[in-house]
Design a protein around this ligand. Structure first.
Ligand code: SF4
Length: 305
């Protein structure tokens, strides 16, 4: 019975997020439906609570008002908080098999590829930059938005900063094919009057695009998320945070998934001191240790001098 409820809830959430991704701003719920959702939510909470206390990174939940602002515009006022909570934590998400993952990700990529929610970005983009990598990735790297190179090539992190990220991933003993790489925003932020340069996405743009990244994370269920730069951390956590120099190096929590904030590779390119390289590398060593990946003495000692 509980599993049946879970499937129904997941189907409802997926449907609502699909409507939102297609531009819907409201749907109607009868009072009776809201009451049913409340009861289902209560049951899910009761089931989830004992498990959460055992999770190593099960810290503070994301502020309800923040989640509500970002995810529940498809719900009625009465159902807003419930709709936000129904998106839940990783332990509540359905585990998809390989075929289901592929189907879900293809469907999501196709919806994102046709997305026109940000009309100003639709005008300026060459294409939507969805994401790349393994659907079974243990590590998901999340940046803020595509830049000029990414917009042209349709793949995240392929410019100079992307080449540095690739090098970091390889130095960890991995490859781009074994991890998943995406951005909070799927279209390049426009730069009116300029043909070059990049800008940070606005909070509104990130909120608008948020359902796509959330669905990517839910589909892949990575064991660790690496947030590259302050904007990516804020996009993921849905709130204003401290600067990356204060955040980096300590795991945060994204709905039960450890989240490591670290520098954006472009910051490292602009500040190529050994101290900065060592710090981003230490963050990657922490990720490797958390995943029980072997760390060689050579890896341990990079940038120590
Ligand atoms: S940034 Fe995201 S929400 Fe906006 S148009 Fe592109 S895909 Fe759609």
């Amino acid at each position: 019975m509980a599993q049946g409820f879970d499937h129904l809830l997941d189907a409802t959430i997926t449907h609502l997020e699909a409507l939102k991704a297609e531009g819907a701003r409201s749907v109607s719920f009868s009072n009776e439906s809201v009451q049913i959702l409340r009861e289902m939510l209560q049951e899910r909470r009761e089931r989830a609570e004992p498990a959460q206390s055992n999770r190593p990174f099960a810290q503070k939940p994301i502020a309800r008002e923040t989640v509500s602002r970002r995810e529940s515009s498809v719900a009625t006022d009465a159902g807003k908080a419930q709709a936000a909570d129904l998106v839940g934590r990783v332990a509540d998400w359905p585990v998809l098999n390989a075929e289901e993952k592929l189907t879900a990700m293809r469907d999501l990529a196709s919806r994102a590829g046709a997305c026109t929610k940000c009309s100003h970005l639709v005008k300026s983009r060459s294409q939507v930059v969805f994401g790349v990598g393994s659907l079974d990735a243990e590590i998901m790297y999340v940046g803020e938005a595509p830049g000029l190179d990414e917009d042209r090539q349709g793949e995240p992190f392929v410019g100079k900063a992307g080449q540095l990220l690739t090098k970091i991933i390889q130095t960890m003993g991995l490859s781009r094919e074994k991890v998943y790489i995406a951005n909070v925003l799927k279209c390049r932020p426009d730069t009116p009057g300029q043909t070059y340069g990049n800008r940070k996405p606005t909070p509104l743009e990130m909120q608008t695009c948020w359902p796509y990244l959330l669905e990517q994370i839910k589909c892949i269920r990575p064991k660790v998320i690496v947030a590259l730069g302050t904007t990516a951390v804020e996009g993921l956590l849905g709130k204003k945070t401290l600067g990356i120099t204060r955040l980096r190096g300590k795991f945060d929590d994204f709905r039960g998934i450890p989240l490591m904030p670290t520098y954006h590779p472009s910051y490292v390119l602009r500040n190529p001191a050994n101290r900065i390289k060592r710090q981003i590398w230490e963050d990657m060593l922490s990720v490797m240790r958390l995943l029980n990946h072997p760390v060689t003495s050579q890896q341990e000692n990079y940038f120590t001098s």
